[in-house]
Design a protein around this ligand. Structure first.
Ligand code: IPM
Ligand code: MG
Length: 355
């Protein structure tokens, strides 16, 4: 098979972890006789420096021309503490999501048997956790009207959703639930917010089309609590943009390291795969970044964009092997023990694929 993949390494540790995902993907291509054509493009702070735009038109064209996009991370501390900065790397991320129509952000959280003791939560609580968040990604308060009033002394952001936006996200949730344990949780704040009431109303109507799916409706504050109490009681969760942003960071803690969790952002035409961790600027260039989240994002890409399930499964298998063998970066090592470098982990995965 010919695979055309756009490569957006981005900022911070992005390029280092992307390098490992490329090595692993190339090894998979070699083993299964595929041809990958990579095309790289600039995003984030790197793109601001070069072209003054965190998601330049040229990059957008590269993404449109590809079958899938593999993305590292965006963000640079240079912009974080400068409220006057006119362009910010994160704006590139939002622009990219919107222009590529990536309305559904799929963020799985699962545990690895060999890492159960790495989680700050008790093993009995997290054992068997295998849940997926579907976060709405191109609407809500992230994209609503915002501004300042009263000479800058009052600020507002608006959370707005259309029934269509909710429906297309919820449809993906129902479909995913049908392939799993047929349990769907709609996370909202319908006791307070009108937009949440529209979410609930819309999902309640859709329920009738999926009689096999057992739907629960829970308030976001209660989910935030139950997520750390009994995460293994959840399966598929659907929610709006901001709630999803917050809850998926919370959920990532369950697995033991943020460096482990992959994600996919999909729309009707395009798909992008990225680790859920950020650009981790303090670690840039030190070779300590955990590449597994990006490698697992590549596995999701093989499966979801190309239907190559055997390839995805092999990536997951070698990731499990690296964890079991302790060929891992320092975030997964016991106190003080030196970790393997980012590229050593990548090399080990490649050797297990081709070996
Ligand atoms: C995420 C990130 C982004 C978001 C930021 C960097 C804009 O936190 O992908 O979860 O809030 O969506
Ligand atoms: Mg986030």
């Amino acid at each position: 098979m010919n695979l055309k993949i756009a490569l957006l390494a981005g900022d911070g540790i992005g390029p280092e972890v992307i390098d490992q995902a490329v090595k692993v993907s190339n090894a998979i291509a070699k083993k299964f006789n595929h041809r990958i054509k990579w095309s790289s493009a600039l995003t984030g702070a790197a793109a601001i420096d070069a072209l003054g735009d965190p998601y330049p038109e040229k990059t957008h064209e590269v993404c449109l021309a590809a079958d899938a996009v593999l993305f590292g991370a965006i963000g640079h501390p240079r912009f974080d503490n400068d409220p006057s900065a006119k362009v910010r790397p994160e704006q590139g991320l939002l622009k990219m999501r919107q222009k590529l129509g990536l309305f559904a952000n799929i963020r799985p959280t699962f545990t690895f048997p060999s890492l159960l003791d790495k989680s700050p939560l008790k093993q009995v609580r997290i054992k068997g956790t295998d849940l997926v968040f579907l976060r709405e990604l191109t609407g809500g308060i992230y994209f609503g009207e915002r501004g300042r009033l009263d000479n800058g002394n009052t600020a507002f952001d608006t959370c707005k959703y259309t029934r269509e936006e909710i429906k297309r996200l919820a449809k993906k949730g129902f479909e995913l639930a049908m392939t799993r344990s047929k349990k769907l949780c709609c996370v909202d704040k319908a006791n307070v917010l009108e937009s949440s009431r529209l979410w609930r109303e819309t999902v309640q109507i859709m329920e009738k089309e999926y009689p096999e799916v057992e739907v629960s409706y829970e308030f976001v504050d209660a989910v935030a609590m139950r997520l750390v109490q009994w995460p293994n009681t959840y399966d598929v969760l659907i929610t709006e943009n901001l709630f999803g942003d917050i809850l998926t960071d919370e959920a990532s803690v369950i697995s033991g390291s943020m460096g482990l969790m992959p994600s996919a952002s999909v729309g009707t035409e395009n798909a992008l795969y990225e680790p859920i961790h950020g650009s981790f600027p303090q670690a840039t260039g030190l070779g300590i970044a955990n590449p597994l989240a990006t490698v697992l994002s590549a596995a999701m890409m093989f499966e979801m964009s190309f239907g190559l399930t055997e390839e995805g499964a092999l990536i997951r298998k070698v990731v499990d092997q690296s964890l079991a063998a302790g060929i891992v970066t320092e975030d997964l090592k016991e106190n003080g023990e030196k970790g393997n470098s980012t590229s050593e982990v990548g090399d080990y995965l490649v050797s297990m694929i081709l070996g």
